[in-house]
Design a protein around this ligand. Structure first.
Ligand SMILES: Cc1cc2nc3c(=O)[nH]c(=O)nc-3n(C[C@H](O)[C@H](O)[C@H](O)COP(=O)(O)O)c2cc1C
Length: 181
């Protein structure tokens, strides 16, 4: 029996019809069996990074959610050959405060191609010393052909990669909880 863990999911897209958000919504039922699953919706309210000012309340909330999570699951699109700005901005607010250091983290990049964003995110999370491993890093190219309207992954290889990603994330987070980290 695995530990009960708190999983925080974050979509890199603010679009109301976002496919990455749908993917995270579709994963909720599977991940809730391991504990709690919380899809963060406050990304659009996080101001541009500026460490000269007092910390905005939206940033404090973002940091607290990350701090309290045993595992973080990110699903991101690629925009204009890069990573989406709103999520990168939110991540930039954690550089000094360190919420992602050693945090069990999984990344799904879901886009038309996504190769550039995926590589860039891996650089970001490695730079921040997040606990991300190859099996917790999945690129789903041609995502629109691989999910249904609710975000369920219909492509067998992609579904298998996500299963491995989930197993790895849950195991890593459970180990951290057991170790009291
Ligand atoms: C403004 C914009 C720029 C995009 N640029 C790229 C790109 O450079 N490379 C890519 O692979 N996909 C690109 N796409 C496609 C998205 O990555 C893809 O449609 C993804 O599923 C969108 O995720 P979302 O629905 O969660 O916003 C772009 C989409 C938009 C809206």
């Amino acid at each position: 029996m695995e530990q009960q863990i708190k999983i925080m999911a974050v979509s890199g897209s603010l679009r109301s019809s976002s496919s990455t958000t749908r993917v995270l919504e579709a994963l909720q039922a599977r991940l809730e069996q391991y504990g709690s699953y919380f899809l963060f919706k406050g990304l659009a309210a996080i101001p541009p990074f500026d460490d000269a000012n007092e910390t905005p309340i939206e940033v404090t909330v973002w940091r607290q959610h990350l701090q309290e999570a045993d595992a973080v699951l990110i699903c991101s699109p690629e925009y204009a050959f890069g990573i989406p700005g709103a999520l990168k901005n939110a991540i930039d607010w954690t550089v000094a405060s360190g919420e992602l250091v050693n945090k069990p983290l999984a990344l799904i990049t879901a886009a038309t191609s996504g190769e550039k964003a995926h590589a860039a995110w891996l650089d970001v999370f490695n730079a921040l010393s997040a606990n991300i491993t190859p099996e917790r890093s999945v690129l789903i190219s041609h995502v629109r052909a691989k999910i249904d309207g609710k975000g369920n992954i219909t492509d067998p290889p992609a579904a298998e990669a996500i299963k491995i990603l989930i197993d790895s994330l849950v195991t890593s987070a459970s180990s951290s909880v057991t170790a009291g980290n």
